[in-house]
Design a protein around this ligand. Structure first.
Ligand code: PHE
Length: 327
């Protein structure tokens, strides 16, 4: 293999006539890039006999180091020449972009603030969960049809335990009932996942669920808490209706509707008294304690609050949309 002796000199000469950064990088690629003599020569080394290989490798290394140094020292001269580095103090300043909180963060925070004032503790919990916390402990026995309402994303797992993406934040309530002291006043905000998508549903959305476990709590307390919350949230007197419904983990269960302008009755929350099976499963003495729970979708509340008609807008990263919610 013949190593050209004048490689460094010609590179240095060419560098002197370089006028812009683009030309500089082109030249550097020519001498040190993938197709350059040095790099291709290195790859051909393995074809040489071993006695020659050592010497040629040494020479190539020296050449490569010298070329690298040459280009490193020249870059500063080039930067001085390049147009955009010249300082022109008369140019207008770059526009300064001010970010703001995402509308879903804002609405979540508004809800969290309300319940924090009522002394509810906040638990965020796990997004990746086991079947036990997402379903079984919440009185969804295996093969129960209510599981199908949840369109669950199951995660492949090599271990024996099957993992899934939580379909609601009720999983966090099971952890809290098993680990925290009673009485318990808690809120579990966070992202949940269901295999679903259209103008009013997303595969990932945000829920805030509440749970109270205490002596003597009643459905009347639950109604009072929710009506007060809704009136505070929308900052006006609300027409609220509790409609019988079904959730495996509450009995009795209800869906809460609000009368919303021309749109009429709109479903806004699920709620109920915690099912004794759930309390027993969490080692809670059902002779002494009772509980109520409620759950709401933050995107749905945000849509009503801001008058947004397509839920997908929240996650489209469209600045024209997001800029409508300044801090
Ligand atoms: N976990 C329920 C859901 O995701 C909502 C809910 C919470 C209903 C608490 C009742 C009580 O649909």
């Amino acid at each position: 293999m013949q190593i050209p002796q004048d490689l460094i000199e010609t590179a240095a000469l060419k560098l002197k006539s370089v006028q812009s950064e683009a030309e500089f990088f082109q030249l550097r690629a020519q001498y040190l890039g993938k197709k350059s003599f040095v790099v291709t020569a290195f790859s051909k080394l393995r074809d040489l006999q071993s006695d020659k290989k050592v010497n040629v490798a040494k020479e190539l290394n020296i050449l490569k180091n010298n070329l690298t140094k040459l280009f490193e020292t020249s870059i500063e001269d080039i930067e001085g020449k390049s147009d955009h580095k010249k300082l022109d103090v008369s140019l207008p300043a770059d526009p300064f972009l001010v970010g703001s909180e995402h509308p879903i963060t804002k609405i979540s925070q508004k809800i969290i603030n309300y319940f924090t004032l009522l002394n509810y503790q906040i638990f965020s919990g796990n997004e990746i969960e086991t079947d036990f916390y997402n379903f079984e402990a919440l009185n969804f026995p295996e093969n129960h049809p209510a599981r199908q309402m949840h369109d669950t994303f199951y995660l492949n797992s090599s271990s024996k335990t099957e993992y899934l993406l939580r379909t609601h934040t009720s999983n966090t309530q099971v952890h809290a009932m098993l680990n925290e002291d009673l009485p318990l006043y808690m809120l579990s905000p966070g992202r949940v996942f269901r295999c679903d998508s259209d103008t009013t549903h997303l595969p990932m959305f945000t829920q805030i669920e509440g749970l109270v476990v205490d002596e003597d709590v009643t459905f009347g307390d639950l109604k009072g808490v929710l009506i007060d919350f809704l009136e505070d949230f929308f900052n006006e007197k609300m027409e609220v209706r509790f409609r019988p419904s079904y959730f495996p983990f509450t009995e009795p269960s209800a869906e809460v509707d609000i009368k919303f302008g021309k749109q009429g009755w709109l479903e806004i929350l699920g709620c109920g008294m915690v099912h004794p099976n759930v309390l027993n499963g969490c080692n809670i003495d059902t002779k002494k304690f009772r509980g109520f729970a409620f759950g709401m979708g933050v995107e749905r509340l945000a849509m009503l609050y801001y008058g947004v008609t397509d839920i997908r807008e929240f996650y489209s990263s469209n600045l024209d949309f997001l800029n409508q919610f300044p801090s």
